[in-house]
Design a protein around this ligand. Structure first.
Ligand code: ADP
Ligand code: MG
Length: 327
């Protein structure tokens, strides 16, 4: 490791990473030593963001820092885990101080919000790419998984759907809306909120869960395919933000973008009829948003209905009507 590299790590990452009782040894040695709490299982996930593939080249450094961590925390949320630690493998074309300061600030703003500690990483030179590995824990045996849906389960979604896809369309110049609406949608694209509290609440309540990163239809299909089941969806019940609602009112064709666009990082889950009241009561008490969007059925594939029970879209197993808008 060169002096410059050492200083870079020290200045932008080690000094901001903090301390925690469960970090026996953090940044600076050959590897980190972490203490998993008694009776918990370690939950580990990793995701890479590459410039030009996962974010457009003009994306602000602070947004890249936030999002690289957020997408990983979202995977932990979908398992019902409590996030605790993360590592960062950063590949940079040049070590630009302004870029590094903004990147670090965006990443640590989110890290502090959830009390997750940066415990190590790797720094290399090359085309811009950010890999974060997030780790957390879950009470042994209680992790949420993708399999386990049952016929008659209610299908629930956190937050609102499709804002990130609309935000991407704005970035790509394919959609133009009033400035205030654009701002709200771009925020959802660049600063997704991992649904940690929602995931924790779903332990012991949901049969299964997944985070929506590739689009609702694709991810719901993944989850239900694991159980060889299908679903009916009520498109009139989809939780839409004010901005998305106005966008769709102006152009109904945008609905397919909401259903198939990725990058929302909301949780989608299946809840037994006998648990839905408990879920909604607890969600209301904790000020968490869950919306019922459909019901699990024995017939595979997804059937989408409007408010008049007209079938608008049939998505068969393994076949997609709409091509995914690449995020
Ligand atoms: P090694 O050659 O042993 O892998 P490195 O030079 O890669 O050592 O890293 C030195 C220390 O700095 C290690 O503790 C490593 O985890 C940490 N580190 C390197 N890059 C980063 C980074 N981008 N963020 C956080 N910690 C980092
Ligand atoms: Mg190394």
């Amino acid at each position: 490791m060169s002096i410059a590299e050492f200083e870079l790590i020290q200045r932008y990452f080690a000094s901001a990473s903090g301390t925690a009782d469960d970090v026996v040894l953090g940044i600076g040695d050959d590897a980190a030593l972490l203490q998993v709490p008694e009776g918990k299982q370690l939950v580990v996930t990793v995701d890479t963001l590459i410039e030009g593939v996962h974010f457009p080249p003009q994306t602000a450094a602070a947004d890249i820092g936030w999002k690289a961590l957020a997408v990983n925390l979202s995977d932990l949320a979908a398992m019902g885990a409590q996030p605790a630690w993360f590592t960062l493998a950063l590949t940079l074309p040049v070590a630009a101080p302004d870029w590094l300061a903004a990147f670090s600030q965006g990443m640590f703003t989110l890290a502090r919000q959830y009390g997750v500690m940066l415990v190590g990483g790797d720094t290399t030179r090359g085309p811009l790419s950010v890999t974060i590995q997030a780790m957390g824990w879950v009470e042994a045996g209680s992790a949420l998984q993708r399999g386990g849906a049952q016929v008659e389960d209610g299908i629930y979604l956190t937050g609102t759907l499709g804002d990130a896809a609309l935000g991407l369309a704005i970035v790509q110049g394919r959609l133009s809306l009033p400035a205030a609406l654009q701002h709200a949608l771009l925020l959802r694209l660049n600063r997704p909120e991992p649904r940690i509290a929602e995931g924790r609440l779903l332990r012991g309540m949901a049969h299964c869960a997944i985070d929506v990163s590739d689009g609702l239809l694709a991810d719901l299909q993944h989850m239900l395919a694991t159980a060889k089941l299908g679903a009916r969806l009520q498109l009139d019940q989809l939780p839409l933000s004010d901005a998305a609602r106005q966008a769709v009112a102006g152009d109904p064709a945008l609905l397919k973008l909401l259903l198939c666009g990725g990058d929302d990082y909301e949780l989608c889950c299946c809840v037994s009829p006998q648990d839905v009241d408990r879920l909604m009561q607890q969600a209301a008490a904790d000020d968490l948003r869950f919306t019922r969007i459909g019901t699990v059925e024995s017939e595979t594939g997804l059937r989408c209905f409007d408010g008049n029970m007209q079938r608008l879209l049939q998505q068969e197993q393994g076949y997609q009507h709409f091509e995914r808008e690449e995020a």
